[in-house]
Design a protein around this ligand. Structure first.
Ligand code: AHM
Ligand code: MG
Length: 336
């Protein structure tokens, strides 16, 4: 990157705010605080191998899964940063069973609802594999000045004002969309700033990568078994066979496919009758990013973004990535 051409996340946010003359800066301040929390979590993730912070904390999260210490750390730091911003009246996270609403005067006047998975893919932490944070921002439906309600949280994904993720990988990246395309920022640890590295990300309409946990093959719906066979068949005209790539860390798997073209699948199965991934914390933010980048996200039959949630921790089958690949999966599910 040429010195002098570097644009930091904060500069970018301010520049974008100028595109909206009516914007009062609340969303900009909120995104700024997301950036701060991301840097704190980045620091902890990076030193995790050095200090005794690894391993299960001994608790189970609300889905009955092992909760790692870093999950709790990330959850607390994001909540603290968001509260400090004064721009959110309520937060829901994968690690908390209930919604969190703020009662102080500042937060009650806030316009935004924040949903997140503070540290996804946590089973990868102690083997030094990439993990991520996912977030979604909505405008509240309840009147400003009152306490946030459950209806504020249970909005369909197509109502998201902004969404994004932080990928703690070989470098740490923040990728987000506010309506003006998808932009990616890479953390330069030497200056402690996220710097614009991927402007206006567009995902290929076709891809050559399929990502799925094939260990669960026998438990998949018949249409998905047939689609996997299709991915593995030889056909020069359609670039098949595709490559199979699966990290088991949603943000990392999605990020690779977003840049290179491909499809990520987490179907329903005998073990997970509604799929494993959570609509509000994982699928909606990824679906918005995919759509804004020219891709597609589906539960196999309808757009993820059109699903009206009925509960906070709802799960959903998830197919996301290059538009033509997701369409093909829908064809297979319809046919078989
Ligand atoms: P988590 O929220 O408990 O970390 O689980 C979500 C993760 C995703 O990152 C990933 O796509 C998926 O679980 C992998 O599941 P599996 O190990 O069943 O393939
Ligand atoms: Mg998760």
């Amino acid at each position: 990157m040429t010195q002098g051409k570097v644009q930091t996340l904060n500069q970018f946010i301010i520049e974008r705010q100028a595109d909206y003359p009516d914007a009062k800066g609340e969303l900009s301040r909120l995104l700024h605080h997301v950036g701060i929390a991301a840097k704190i979590v980045h620091r902890e993730v990076n030193k995790a191998g050095l200090v005794d912070i690894l391993g299960a904390a001994g608790d189970m999260n609300v889905q009955g899964e092992d909760q790692q210490k870093l999950d709790i750390f990330a959850d607390e730091h994001f909540i603290d940063a968001l509260k400090a911003s004064g721009e959110v009246c309520g937060i829901a996270t994968e690690e908390n069973q209930h919604m969190i609403t703020f009662n102080d005067d500042l937060s009650k006047d806030a316009k935004y609802i924040f949903l997140m998975d503070p540290l996804d893919g946590s089973s990868n932490i102690d083997v030094n594999v990439s993990i991520g944070t996912l977030f979604s921002i909505y405008k509240r439906l309840s009147p400003v000045g009152t306490k946030a309600t459950m209806d504020d949280f249970l909005q369909p994904g197509n109502q998201q004002i902004a969404a994004g993720y932080i990928l703690y990988g070989s470098s740490t990246m923040l990728v987000y969309t506010t309506g003006n395309g998808v932009n990616g920022f890479t953390l330069d640890p030497s200056i402690g700033e996220f710097c614009l590295s991927h402007r206006g990300i567009k995902t290929p309409i076709d891809g050559k990568i399929y990502s799925i946990n094939e260990g669960n093959y026998t438990k998949f719906p018949y249409g998905i078994k047939q689609y996997i066979k299709y991915c593995q068949e030889n056909d020069k005209a359609t670039n098949r066979p595709y490559s199979s790539r699966y990290i088991g860390s949603l943000v990392a798997d999605f990020h690779r496919n977003l840049l290179k073209g491909g499809v990520f699948m987490y179907p329903q199965s005998i073990s997970y009758p509604n799929g494993k991934l959570r609509l509000l914390y994982e699928c909606n933010p990824i679906a918005l990013l995919a759509q804004r980048a020219g891709g597609k996200a589906s539960d196999g039959f309808q757009s993820i973004l059109d699903i009206k949630p009925t509960e906070l921790h709802q799960r959903v089958p998830f197919y996301v990535g290059s538009k033509n690949m997701v369409k093909k999966i829908e064809e297979f599910l319809k046919k078989f």
